[in-house]
Design a protein around this ligand. Sequence first.
Ligand code: 5AD
Ligand code: FES
Length: 359
Amino acid sequence: MEDLLYKNNLDKDDVIQLLSLRGDDQRRLLARALEVKLQHLDNKVHLRGLIEYSNRCFKSCLYCGVRGGNDKVHRYTLTDEEVLDCARQAMQLHYGSIAIQSGERTDKAFTDKIAELVKEIKRISDGQLGITLSLGEQSENVYRQWFEAGAHRYLLRIESSDEELYYKIHPHDARHDFRHRLACIDALLDIGYQTGTGVMIGLPFQTVENLADDLLFFRDKNVAMVGMGPFIPHQETPLYQYADTIPPAEERLNMTLKMIAVLRLMMPEINMVAATADQTLDPLGREKAIMAGANVIMPNLTPTSHREDYLIYPDKACVGDKPEECQSCLDIRMHAIQHEILYDEWGDSVAFTKHAQKK
Ligand code: 5AD
Ligand code: FES
C-alpha cells in the first residue's frame, strides 16, 4: 500500500484499494495527499463567494431538495440589484472570485439575463472579480455567449459517471439525459472554460467501483476543477425512501475524504472544493476536506432572506450567518489547520493554467 501512495498512473484496482483503506492506512493516505497538495499548491485556500441566483428549476433530479417537483419550496429569483450587491460585497470582503449557481432554466429571458449580469459584474469590478457559473445544462451557443460575456469557469457535476447509476438518481427522460450531460462537459472544455465536474458520495446503489470510475473519469477528461461532497437525503425527494440503505453520515464523510485524497494523488494541480455538505455532516468537515487535499471553499453570499429557500439538502451549514461572519470564521478555521486564505486573486486552477500555456 505504501507503493500505491507514490505510484504514477493509478489504475482502477489501485484506486479501489486506496478507497477501501481504513484506520491507520487511511490516515497515511490522507497525510500523503496533504503532502502532495502542499508540494504543488502550497497551503493556500481560494474562496468563491457563492450567489444562489434562483431556485426555479425545470428539472426533477431525484436527490435535490429544490427539484421542480417539490411544491413545498417557495420559489425566488434574485433581482439584478441583489446580484450586484452580492458582487460588491465579494469585492469588499476581498474575495477574488464569485460563483453564480441556480436551478436550471434554458429560456432566452434567463440566458440573456445571465449574460447581462456577468457583463455588469465585470464592469463594476473593473474586470477584477473572477466569475464561475454553475447553471446546469445549456446549449453550446449559450455556454459560448456566457464565456464571451466574461465568465471563465463553469461547474457541472456529472453526479455519477456510471450511466446506470445516473438513471437511478435521475428520472429517465429527455430532460435528464446522461449523454447530453456528458456532451455539455465536452462543450465547456472545448470552449475553453476552466471546467469543473464532480459527484455525490454515498448515494443509494453506489458502489466503490462506481466511485473509482468517477475518479478515472475526472482524469480522462482532464478537468481543471472537481467538487465532490456527501449525499444528504432530503425528506421531500424520491430518493429519501432509500435513506436507510446508505452508509451512515460518518462513513459518507470518510469516503468523501478518501475520494479527495486519492484524486489529489492522481491530479496534483487541480482545484478541489471542500463542500459545504461536508460541514453539514461534521462541524469540522470542511477543515477535514482541506487536510485531505481540497483547496477551495465557497462561502455563501446569498442574501440571508433567501437562503432557507435554497436547501438542496437539509441542515445546510452557515444558512443564518452573514457574509462578514463567514469571512472571519473561515480565516480562523483555516489558520487553525495551518492554511492561509488567498484574497483578491482569481485562484485559477494550476492544472489548467499550465495546460493552456502548453497549447
Ligand atoms: N445531497 C448532497 N448534495 C446534493 N446536491 C444536490 N442534492 C444533494 C443532496 N441531497 C449537489 C449536486 C448538485 C449540487 C449543486 O448539489 O451534486 O450538482
Ligand atoms: Fe460561514 Fe463559518 S464559514 S460561519
